[in-house]
Write a protein that binds this ligand. Structure first.
Ligand code: 5AD
Length: 353
């Protein structure tokens, strides 16, 4: 889709145009990736982070309780994922210096030895040497959002970005190493304009992506962006505001931009609209959900953004996890879809396109 078409869809409130967008995205999703919804067990292995991203509640200078899961806790979570029938475990964390190359490689090997799970890593910016070692240990996929395609905005919200290497370089390097690569961006970051959002969508098909994660920016009151948005906001007529409608539009447009990608209905969207967020995303282009399988103790500390659910999640037990899983599977059936079996790998080889 060209710039003008993307812009038109982002702006429209015309019910017929919207209906056309939903039907096209849903039809494209059905043709290209089918009716199965793949479930990925998200395991938040460490809430320790050395970076100071302006939007993120895990930023280094917050004095909060943080924790790292032990190897055996991670293995138990992997068993839980298998028990629930998930084909993938996603290991996510802040950039925790103690998650060493060797330690993570060993975790990957142990999960691979004891399960058939696909392993997705979401461990932030890493050197090529480290990424190669984790790939050799058996990691299948890697998620690293580019967050925004506007380099100036990117630098403003990531005060300690490393010089020289940027996230786009890392995405390409990981693709070369044989990872299935995922990326994406946030919607509504203070300072983000509609033009930026169009550029974010235009960037998607130019990157070697098999997975695309897009969610609303949710202000965290204990971060610089959450505390003082006025210092960062674009002029009111330009500033993107994340409404559920806008997020659904962007997910639908992402499906049209990269037809064969695996696209999750993200948790942040489910937080923004607890009633309909996830379900409508799945009917407007998305085909993946990432249920949280992190044990209660660590999960309550993984405070990226505020969410009502998180308070309750502190009491999450293995039983509560199963209840959530049951409900999710009922929701999937209620919209005429099936639960994916197997690993749910992306079908599409980027190079072949
Ligand atoms: N609101 C929404 N998403 C956030 N992330 C981090 N902080 C926030 C926030 N305040 C997202 C980033 C990151 C992913 C793991 O979580 O896009 O890549």
């Amino acid at each position: 889709m060209n710039r003008q078409q993307l812009q038109n869809f982002l702006r429209t409130t015309d019910p017929e145009a919207l209906e056309l967008l939903w039907l096209t995205a849903d039809g494209m999703r059905r043709c290209e990736v089918g009716d199965a919804i793949h479930l990925r067990g998200l395991c938040e292995i460490s809430s320790i982070c050395s970076r100071r991203c302006l939007y993120c509640g895990l930023r280094a200078d917050r004095q909060i309780k943080r924790d790292r899961m032990s190897m055996s806790e991670i293995l138990r979570a992997a068993e839980k994922a298998v028990e629930l029938g998930y084909g993938t475990i996603v290991l996510q964390a802040g950039e925790d210096p103690a998650l060493s190359r060797e330690w993570v490689a060993q975790v990957i090997e142990l999960i691979k030895d004891s399960t058939d799970l696909a392993i997705t890593l979401s461990l932030g910016e890493q050197s090529n040497e480290t990424l190669r070692e984790w790939r050799d240990a058996g990691a299948d996929r890697y998620l690293l959002r580019f967050e925004t395609s506007n380099p100036e905005l990117y630098r403003r919200i990531h005060p300690d970005s490393k010089k020289g290497r940027n996230r786009l370089d890392q995405l390409w390097a990981m693709h070369e190493m044989g990872y299935q690569v995922g990326s994406g961006f946030m919607i509504g970051v203070p300072g983000q304009t509609e033009n930026d959002l169009v550029n974010d969508l235009l960037a998607l098909p130019r990157l070697p992506l098999k997975m695309i994660g897009i969610g609303p920016y949710l202000p965290h009151p204990e971060t610089p962006l959450g505390q003082h948005p006025e210092l960062y906001l674009a002029p009111p007529e330009d500033q993107v505001v994340a409404t559920p409608l806008l997020v659904w539009k962007v997910i639908a447009l992402a499906r049209l931009q990269v037809p064969k990608a695996n696209i999750p209905a993200t948790t942040a969207l489910a937080v923004l609209d607890e009633q309909e967020g996830r379900k409508l995303a799945l009917q407007r282009g998305a085909n993946v959900v990432m249920p949280n399988i992190t044990p209660a103790a660590q999960r309550s500390l993984y405070d990226i953004y505020p969410s009502k659910g998180r308070a309750e999640a502190a009491e999450q037990t293995s039983d509560a996890m199963t209840t959530f899983d049951d409900q999710l599977k009922r929701d999937i059936a209620s919209i005429g879809r099936t639960v994916g079996t197997g690993r749910g790998d992306a079908l599409w080889s980027w190079k072949e396109n």
